[in-house]
Write a protein that binds this ligand. Structure first.
Ligand SMILES: NC(=O)c1ccc[n+]([C@@H]2O[C@H](COP(=O)([O-])OP(=O)(O)OC[C@H]3O[C@@H](n4cnc5c(N)ncnc54)[C@H](O)[C@@H]3O)[C@@H](O)[C@H]2O)c1
Length: 337
């Protein structure tokens, strides 16, 4: 296996997780440099994972002649600028979701990626979760016949800091975007219409930051299937991640993954262990698999499993959902490609 030299941009929650996977789990990944404007944080993370160089400006990574690929883990509002500069410098790119909040900036970035012929993968890690892959396989092999209804429940244990909410793009682009991608991945058909409802039920500060914390969406797909998604920024019982696919010949349910399988029964009833706390625990294996697959694409010169168009399609749905919530009516998806 050929070594792949990597620069990591952004050392926050998800940046640290990718740093750990790249440094300790993927032998041919050589994490050469890390950039974060919080220089103290950059140094701590670089020291923790034996990364030779750390910078407060990502341009040092873009300009580094030996770096083959960049992993973009900075806030969403910085993604397209970095994508465009990295692609023009000939670096392969793994970019966290969503690509951006804006379709024009995203389309321009995808053009630049195409022009430079680099690999580009979007961080829709849930496609690499073994449970959801099993749902996909069972749908494809016809276990439930024709898919009629897909139901996705996705609830966080607690909201992120308000500083994160302010630059996140809002619940549909930041959180439900994972579910829009999962819906496309499982139904294998494009979403043609969305109808969203939502509100502020968890924390008024989220409302004051211009966002909502609770939302439901109904989806209509081109092949006639229907979908529903519900999101909450706070489920007091933990990170609640379930999927149900219902079809002409049956139903598949992917239940929550328990931390262990023990059920304790006593005079207060029967109790299961708590759910995994949050995404870093629940989707641990998927983050590692997505990164291994990205590096394999570079090595084998093959197409990533989650491409720029997947990032774009999920954004189109998220933007339509936001519009639907604001207008209080169903919105047809504007297909930009
Ligand atoms: N795939 C997933 O499950 C998942 C989970 C969480 C976050 N994300 C995505 O990852 C991105 C980061 O989220 P997070 O939760 O890690 O946020 P975070 O706020 O914890 O970390 C972001 C880091 O980026 C740094 N930063 C800011 N501007 C920068 C720049 N110009 N160059 C380099 N670094 C910069 C910040 O100082 C901070 O350390 C977001 O786009 C988010 O949507 C994806």
């Amino acid at each position: 296996m050929k070594d792949i030299k990597i620069g990591l941009i952004g050392a926050g929650r998800i940046g640290k997780l990718h740093a750990e996977n790249l440094a300790s789990q993927i032998p041919n990944a050589k994490l050469v440099a890390l950039a974060d404007p919080e220089l103290k944080l950059a140094k701590t993370v670089a020291d923790n994972f034996n990364i030779p160089y750390h910078f407060d400006d990502y341009h040092h990574i873009i300009d580094h002649p030996e770096i083959d690929a960049v992993i973009i883990c900075s806030p969403t509002n910085t993604h397209t600028q970095i994508i465009q500069e990295a692609a023009n410098a000939g670096k392969h790119i793994f970019c966290e979701k969503p690509i951006d909040f804006d379709l024009d900036r995203t389309l321009k970035s995808l053009e630049i990626i195409k022009k430079n012929g680099i690999k580009f993968q979007v961080g829709f890690n849930r496609r690499f979760d073994p449970n959801f892959q099993s749902v996909e396989n069972k749908i494809l092999q016809g276990d439930i016949g024709d898919l009629h209804i897909l139901r996705i429940t996705s609830r966080d244990p607690a909201p992120p800091p308000i500083s994160y909410i302010e630059v996140s793009g809002g619940i549909f682009l930041d959180m439900m975007i994972h579910d829009f991608d999962m819906a496309r991945y499982l139904v294998k058909s494009e979403v043609v219409e969305v109808y969203a409802a939502g509100g502020v039920m968890v924390d008024n500060a989220i409302g004051e930051a211009g966002d909502i914390d609770t939302a439901t969406v109904t989806l209509k797909f081109a092949n006639g299937a229907l979908g529903t998604i519900d999101n909450s920024r706070q489920a007091v019982y933990g990170y609640d991640q379930r999927i149900e696919a219902f079809g002409s010949k049956g139903m598949i349910r992917a239940e929550n993954v328990a931390t262990d399988t023990c059920i304790v029964s006593n005079d207060k009833g029967s109790h299961q262990p708590p759910l995994p706390h949050f995404f870093l625990d629940r989707y641990k294996s998927s983050y590692l698999t997505e990164m291994i697959k990205f590096l394999l694409c570079i090595e084998n010169d093959s197409m990533p499993e989650v491409i720029g168009n997947d990032g774009l399609k999920a954004m189109e749905i998220a933007l339509a959902a936001k519009e639907s919530y604001l207008m209080n009516r169903p919105i047809k998806i504007k297909n930009t490609t």
